[in-house]
Design a protein around this ligand. Structure first.
Ligand code: 1PR
Length: 543
């Protein structure tokens, strides 16, 4: 098999990239030292997280000059995400750290006054503004496809600015900002999006680069510009009473079968995690989330069955994978202390793109307020986001409604609700819970999301225990309240029972993504049906 050299300089998640490269028929040779770069024919530089961290790592490890030489020698070079940003002169994110300077422009942060930042999801890489046909057919970038982006900083696109220096450019549009999605010139190609996470369209781009096909003519109808509505399939995974790992699904977090009279039967078994993830990928899920809701007691952390599930899933599923459950500092079965960052690292190395933190985030946020809103740098959120970037840290929230007769009846932040409580109460606050909803805290969801945003979380997975498994639609009051309190993206979760509920949540709230579980697992609807429904309602989706 032909090979490509890959430089993993920041311990990022490169497993999915390796899997994608292998999927399109190439093998990976690792660049382990600057001298290896000289031996490379094709070179790929990925990169996640902070611009400054990535560029400082490249520079201190002595890679900058060998990379420059590789490019100057006319050998194929591809940069992905921060690998694209590295080509620029610098970034507002870390003004004191220089980039390679091939492009004399500076990356800027997206404006978050009227949209969520980071920019997470599927957007265009549109080459239509070019008037020459080679630039238009750049590496097979498809006008009718969307690609997966995750970043807070981007190069603003100004027509002609890069083109005058010979660059061909593909762009995306986020709100009213047009940004550089991909650039190419001679032997250099770079994408701000992740081709390895962009499904079949992304794999085709990677293959075009590896095959040296700089121009692949495609004739298809362009999709409208902009970010699509993200639809996520979620798999709650646990061991059943026979010790098998199964996808399960609760009603308000109770995952045991009910016989109509009593509860407490067998753990519901809805299928095998790896097979189901693949099925949802093939149906068009924009992301797949695994929540490990078993503690796997007595199992060494390194043998956690979820690691194997991720490894196997990432071989066939080329969209982002999130893993949650048990991400906290812990003590291993042999008594060794193991940090949340170490656990996250194992997950990233096994193919996860993001980790989702539940209980530990609540406890850390409570401490943050006790310290007078001072960050201490040691929490799971802070350590993982500073190593892997904010976009890699999701906080999964499990709130429960507490009804009150008036806002004065509680010290917590309340909402006026259209679904009054059992005694006609017109207000409620959303209580944070930990341990899978088993323990309520004297802490509300707004306190939590504001704290974790300050600590470096990149996204909120907003469940709602009252709605979970009810098939009655999402809790719009909760979603709107949380969206108004923070800038980071919010994934609406809990209550989806049919495609219409996805349409409603996107029309009636500003949720950035919506997640479903039971309706997919029970085979009532496919992800594709949800997307078709959204498209019929005039909402932009990736099909
Ligand atoms: O606290 O960091 O160990 O993380 C545990 C994680 O496991 C948390 O993210 C928590 O939400 C999740 N979890 C714990 N217990 C349960 C349970 O169900 N007994 N599942 C559980 C939470 C909620 C959603 C669900 C949606 C959509 N599952 O992920 O998929 O509510 O369901 P629906 O569309 O069928 O209504 P930690």
């Amino acid at each position: 098999m032909p090979s490509v050299h890959l430089l993993d300089y920041v311990a990022g998640n490169v497993r999915s990239l390796v899997n994608a490269i292998e999927k399109v028929g190439y093998t990976v040779e690792w660049v382990k030292s600057p001298a290896d770069v000289a031996a490379a024919d094709k070179l790929i530089i990925p990169g996640v997280g902070h611009f400054g961290h990535c560029l400082s790592q490249l520079s201190s490890a002595g890679y900058v000059e060998p990379i420059r030489k590789h490019i100057a020698a006319g050998k194929p070079f591809m940069g992905i995400c921060v690998g694209l940003q590295a080509l620029f002169q610098g970034s507002e994110e870390d003004p004191n750290v220089p980039g390679l300077g091939l492009i004399p422009l500076t990356l800027r942060k997206f404006d978050d006054t009227s949209k969520s930042v980071p920019h997470i999801g599927w957007n265009s890489a549109n080459t239509s503004h070019s008037d020459d046909s080679v630039s238009k057919s750049l590496y097979g970038l498809r006008p009718g496809a969307k690609y997966y982006y995750v970043h807070s900083y981007a190069a603003p696109y100004r027509a002609g600015e890069l083109e005058k220096d010979g660059w061909a450019v593909a762009t995306g549009r986020y709100g009213d900002e047009e940004f550089v999605g991909a650039v190419a010139k001679d032997n250099v190609f770079a994408t701000q999006f992740h081709p390895e996470k962009s499904g079949a369209a992304g794999l085709a781009v990677l293959k075009a680069f590896l095959d040296g096909k700089t121009s692949v003519v495609l004739d298809e109808k362009p999709l409208p510009e902009g970010l699509t509505r993200r639809v996520i399939a979620c798999l709650d995974v646990r061991t059943n009473d026979q010790g098998d790992l199964v996808v399960t699904k609760g009603d308000q977090y109770d995952v045991r079968e009910k016989d109509g009279v009593s509860t407490g039967g067998e753990v519901r078994n809805l299928g095998k995690p790896v097979d189901m993830a693949k099925k949802y990928y093939e149906q068009g899920a924009d992301e797949v989330t695994f929540l490990n809701i078993t503690s796997f007691r007595n199992c060494p952390v390194a043998d956690t069955p979820m690691l194997e599930i991720l490894r196997r899933t990432s071989e066939t599923v080329f969209v982002p994978l999130t893993i949650g459950g048990g991400i906290r500092d812990t003590v291993d079965t042999d008594g060794t202390k193991i940090s949340a960052l170490d656990i996250a690292k194992m997950y990233f190395k096994s193919g996860a793109d993001k980790v989702s933190i539940g209980s530990d985030a609540v406890l850390a946020a409570e401490e943050y307020y006790k310290r007078g809103k001072i960050l201490d740098g040691t929490t799971a959120i802070e350590t993982i986001s500073s190593a892997y970037g904010n976009q890699a840290v999701v906080v999964s929230v499990d709130p429960k409604r507490v009804y009150v007769s008036s806002p004065e009846a509680t010290s917590h932040h309340t909402v006026e609700t259209k679904s009054p409580g059992p005694n006609g109460e017109k207000y409620c606050w959303y209580q944070c819970t930990i341990k899978g909803g088993r323990e309520g805290r004297d802490f509300d969801v707004i306190q939590l999301v504001q704290a974790v945003e300050a600590m470096g979380a990149g996204e909120i997975l907003l469940n709602c225990i009252d709605k979970d498994g009810t098939n009655s639609g999402f809790d719009h009051e909760l979603i709107n309240d949380v969206k108004a309190a923070i800038k980071i993206p919010v994934i609406a979760s809990s209550g989806a029972g049919n495609p219409g509920h996805f349409g409603e949540v996107f029309e009636q709230t500003s949720a950035d993504a919506a997640l479903g579980a039971g309706m997919f697992h029970r085979g009532e609807y496919t992800v594709r049906q949800v997307k078709e429904h959204l498209r019929e309602r005039g909402l932009l989706v990736r099909i």
